[in-house]
Design a protein around this ligand. Sequence first.
Ligand code: URA
Ligand code: CA
Length: 434
Amino acid sequence: MRMIDIIEKKRDGHSLTKTEIEFFIQGYTNNTIPDYQVSALLMAIFFQDMNDEERANLTIAMVNSGEQIDLSAIEGIKVDKHSTGGVGDTTTLVLGPLVAACGVPVAKMSGRGLGHTGGTIDKLEAIEGFHVELTPQQFEKQVNELKLAVIGQSGNLTPADKKLYALRDVTGTVNSIPLIASSIMSKKIAAGAGAIVLDVKTGEGAFMKTTEDARELAKAMVRIGNNVGRKTMAIISDMSQPLGNAIGNALEVVEAIETLKGKGPKDLTELCLTLGSQMVVVGEKAETLEEAREMLLKVIEDGSALDIFKKFIKGQGGNDAIVDDVSLLPQAKYTYSVPAKQDGYITFMEADEIGTAAMLLGAGRATKESEIDLAVGIVLQKKVGDFVKKGESLATVYANKEEVQEVLDKLTAFIEIEETKKEVPTLIYEIITA
Ligand code: URA
Ligand code: CA
């Protein structure tokens, strides 16, 4: 088999066979096919697209390019959730205990990553003593007992995706539905997911700026998942304003606890109930989304979700007293309020810019080497659609430094207030089931 023939075939709009896809993925992973040939093929895929069968084969070829996490010692269908990324997205911290309390095993591998705030692991490490260095045996035991454990990233998973993503980044081929969908799905499957729920964000703060693009990506991923034997569902949700009120690591732990107590922000709660219902259904603990939602509401109300959160913290070495006394979490030295400049309705809050303001405080990493400050961040008092009076606080900034003018200015500039109320963006645009 020759790479040149595969490139020409795709260039001319034909579909590639499973063998051809495996050939190029294996060849690229072990450096027998050069970057320039793979670049040409990626550009051909960008213009000619891939059908469902090619997308499924590409996903599995990438899974097979490296190690895979073996979760077979864990009972039940392991359900994983993936979000395409947003600002102040606290859902993972809430969803883990929530669906675990409904009997769905969550064996989560998570990362730190770059961005406005830390990843799930950073947030959890705001809890004194909490650690993610579990042996595979400890990890399996905890998931079997509690239905919930989080472990740090390990192993050489999907090396083909790592190389391809880097190459796409410099060849103008990132923005291709078959390439994005197979990239995301291969990582979930290699990490051991038996079923998958996807939260595809749309809006200013999201990777997919339009609802049409988000829908196309969500549908592509749901089809890949179901075609490779992983029950998969998705939602398309709004990321034009930050999710919930808190943006920052310890601050989001507080918000997660509130939500597990049934007292969280409305949007975060609704998103967690929607995604959680899908997780319970693909995990086969309920037949319908409505039935699953009832189960979730019950485990919030009877305290069992919160109880699992406590046991999970304790199981991973953390101080579970933080659940009843959040002042035990890291505290920022200074707080500043952001007053409204006029009376009116909040019409827009630019998620991206507010996220960047949190990063400037030290809540997230600008580069891999950046130090993160777990105590700092932003808590919004108002969201789009709310009425404010001049001088009333729009947000509180939690900082460990005194020079925060840039952050305060950013918040003032990117929280827009107008005299007339505008339509509040829909939180959940669409629910996509197989
Ligand atoms: N995120 C991924 O993991 N892969 C892509 O291709 C794009 C976004
Ligand atoms: Ca939040």
